[in-house]
Design a protein around this ligand. Structure first.
Ligand SMILES: *Cc1c(COP(=O)(O)O)cnc(C)c1O
Length: 711
């Protein structure tokens, strides 16, 4: 191929361990914990201090340490065995080759964010982590998928919580030299794509990240040809100012499609992860109109290849633009589609009372034949919400399907838990992780081994929280109250509840705090202590979200909590990993039906952590009475205040009368057989069903093969 990605990374490594550079520059290592260990063992302190960044580690480590490892027999044997796994991963025949050899043409997957690892902070939350997990699974299955997104110059912000509970956002420029990205070049020049606004041309260069077998292309507007304003376009995720928002989405959809063309790709499937990329549908039509087709002919040809996944269960959450903005940035575009302004606007028009807007989900829904929500209930909600686009149909016949989300198992499963499963399910269990029968063998794991592994993970979490606090305390400016509030008093042997997610108001973080006196009495009972760990960011422009954090923090600061209710700053994938692997109970209290799916609870369940959640999104499908607990009922409420009170009552009641007594009902070996039984049930039911293995296969069967056949 004539395109090169310039290797921006140069390493000077001793010969026997020289291939560590290959490992550091392919994100494959992020979902193979043994690979991460190989880096960690070189210099554990430095590895932690650099936030698990292998590129920096290899560049900054003391040369003497490298030389020592290069001579250490034990290290070299780990190295050899790891590279055996690495090489066979890329050589072995894949699921796609065996099951769908016809899937040869690329599947383009567009997303505003990708959560692959904490060192590449180009994600804000669940949407991005889902996209990252989708790529990792596509790599495992051997799908010819290509990701398209943004390389944000500053990444998503880091969160600090002031002594008064107010969220502060830190935006630091990322140093691309420290990241596994390479600039895409041709003849030694960056490949640049363009889009013409009425008054100027926007340019972007392209970075490539290797995710196992999958290339991920990331657009970056920080190039000399752009004016200062446009250079900042890809500096951050989700600008609040609408001008930048629409420009970003033009760049993602249209620019992303142009980038794939510039790289020589002709995808057979175009998958939009949420409506931010919807403009790609128009760009594909434009290509055909340029070659002589009418708009309608081009629409018919392209729709069959488009797949649109919606994640939004509320009309207000959808991306819509005022028409004047569409005029401002796209008025020289609709002519190229052979359309008048009115016809162009009509395609995506959302008419509500007297206001007309340009709706990104409507654009995607109308120009894609594949459409889906992300859980069964969300499918229903979506059909109801978009029924007006199909006026001749009954709600149940609205052509929006659902594919329930999943998580990438190896990415989220604790290394120790994986070893335990290898021992009792077979060394190759991972190949068949979506086999429900195989999961029955989890019953054979001795209680003491499962509990021992779980306790180990709880101690790791408590240790990790302390180390984070030590770091903040050492650097100064951290008040003792913040030290306690960040979890230094966490006891690894007490019942521990985790609540970590974006602080959006519908997620109702403060529901569990709605009766503080009652809660304090519950958590402080002698011999039955209970702890709650909160974490999560609010969008920097979301003041109600920030006020919610503050409200939680006010309770956290009370001395009466005994340091048992804590808020940990800066929720990101690393903290998420410790939490979902190291707490006992995962609490989720969204206002039904606003949690389209949710995924963090899946990460928890595969590690034997029990969900205690509203009957919404994925949990409504997973809950079976024995693998965790429900909160509230599977029904619609007339008023939100009634719903909030009822849910809180159910939450406290079950916590007091079921969860705490079961946890502390110990046998002479200090274990609760009933609890461990539930842990096994959770793992058995959630690992196979709520995995990206099941999810990506479902996308293949429902959408990718169909779209591919029509190419
Ligand atoms: C999994 C994950 C999320 C999404 O969690 P939800 O349960 O869907 O809210 C958000 N942020 C991070 C860092 C995650 O790992």
């Amino acid at each position: 191929m004539e395109f090169l990605t310039s290797p921006s990374q140069k390493f000077d490594l001793p010969k026997p361990i020289a291939r560590l550079s290959e490992l550091a520059t392919n994100m494959w290592w992020t979902w193979h914990p043994e690979a991460a260990r190989l880096f960690g063992r070189l210099d554990y302190d430095l590895w932690e201090r650099l936030g698990h960044n292998p590129i920096r580690l290899l560049k900054e480590i003391d040369k003497e340490k490298l030389n020592q490892s290069a001579k250490d027999k034990e290290y070299l044997s780990l190295y050899d065995s790891l590279f055996k796994t690495f090489d066979s991963y890329f050589k072995q025949k894949t699921w796609t080759q065996k099951t769908h050899p016809e899937l040869k043409n690329p599947i383009a997957y567009f997303s505003m964010e990708f959560g692959l690892h904490e060192t590449l902070p180009i994600y804000s939350g669940g949407l991005g982590v889902l996209a990252g997990d989708h790529l990792k699974e596509a790599s495992d299955l051997g799908l010819p998928l290509i990701g398209v997104g943004f390389m944000y110059a500053q990444g998503y912000f880091s969160q600090r919580i002031s002594e008064h509970g107010w969220q502060e956002a830190l935006n630091n420029p990322l140093n691309f030299e420290h990241l596994p990205v390479s600039l895409v070049t041709k003849n030694n020049q960056p490949v640049i794509i363009e889009f013409k606004f009425p008054d100027r041309t926007l340019h972007a260069q392209i970075w490539e990240v290797r995710v196992g077998r999958i290339p991920l292309y990331l657009l970056d507007s920080n190039v000399p040809n752009n004016n200062e304003y446009d250079r900042l376009l890809t500096a951050r995720l989700y600008w609040s100012d609408l001008d930048r928002r629409v420009m970003q989405e033009i760049l993602l959809g249209i620019g992303g499609a142009r980038a794939l063309r510039a790289l020589g790709y002709d995808p057979a499937v175009w998958h939009m992860n949420e409506g931010h990329a919807s403009f790609l549908t128009l760009e594909r039509i434009r290509e055909l109109v340029t070659s002589g087709l009418t708009f309608d002919q081009a629409t018919e040809q392209t729709c069959a290849q488009n797949v649109f996944t919606t994640h939004t269960p509320v009309p207000a959450g959808n991306d819509e633009f005022p028409l004047w903005l569409i005029d401002k940035y796209l008025s020289s575009y609709w002519g190229e589609l052979g359309l008048t302004r009115e016809q162009f606007v009509d395609v995506a028009k959302h008419q509500q009372a007297h206001v007309e807007t340009y709706s990104m989900p409507i654009l995607a829904l109308k120009l894609s034949n594949g459409r889906n929500g992300v859980s069964e209930l969300h499918g229903e909600v979506s059909r109801d919400m978009w029924k007006f686009l199909w006026n001749d149909k009954n709600v149940k016949d609205v052509p929006i399907d659902h594919v329930t989300n999943g998580v990438h198992t190896r990415n989220w499963l604790a290394r120790r838990m994986n070893l335990l499963l290898e021992k009792y399910l077979g060394a190759d269990w991972y190949e068949n992780l979506d086999d429900h029968e195989l999961m029955q063998k989890i019953n054979a794991i001795p209680d003491a081994e499962l509990w021992g592994t779980h306790l180990h993970l709880k101690r790791k979490l408590a240790f990790y929280l302390k180390e984070r606090v030590r770091d903040r305390w050492t650097h100064g400016g951290f008040h003792p109250v913040q030290v306690v509030s960040s979890g230094v008093l966490i006891n690894p042997y007490a019942l521990t509840i985790g609540f970590a997610r974006r602080f959006a108001t519908y997620k109702r973080a403060s529901l569990v705090l709605s009766q503080v006196e009652r809660l304090l009495e519950i958590i402080n009972r002698p011999n039955m202590p209970v702890q709650i760990i909160f974490a999560g960011k609010a969008h920097p422009a979301d003041d109600p979200g920030k006020q919610l954090i503050q409200k939680v923090y006010q309770t956290v600061k009370k001395a009466e909590t005994g340091g048992r209710i804590v808020f940990v700053e800066d929720y990101e994938m690393n903290l998420a990993r410790y939490l979902v692997q190291g707490v006992d109970v995962w609490l989720n209290t969204p206002r039904r039906p606003y949690e389209a799916s949710g995924t963090s609870g899946m990460k928890a369940a595969i590690n034997g952590v029990l969900n205690f959640s509203i009957m919404d999104g994925w949990w409504r499908e997973a809950y079976n009475g024995k693998n965790g607990w429900s909160i509230g009922e599977d029904k619609e409420y007339e008023a939100t205040d009634v719903q909030d009170v009822a849910d809180a009552e159910d939450l406290y009641h079950k916590l007091e009368h079921e969860i705490i007594p079961m946890y502390y009902n110990r046998d002479p070996k200090e274990m609760s057989a009933e609890w461990i039984g539930r842990m096994k049930n959770a793992m058995q039911t959630v690992i196979p069903q709520f995995s990206t293995r099941r999810m990506v296969k479902e996308y293949v069967e429902k959408f990718y093969t169909k779209a591919n056949g029509k190419s």
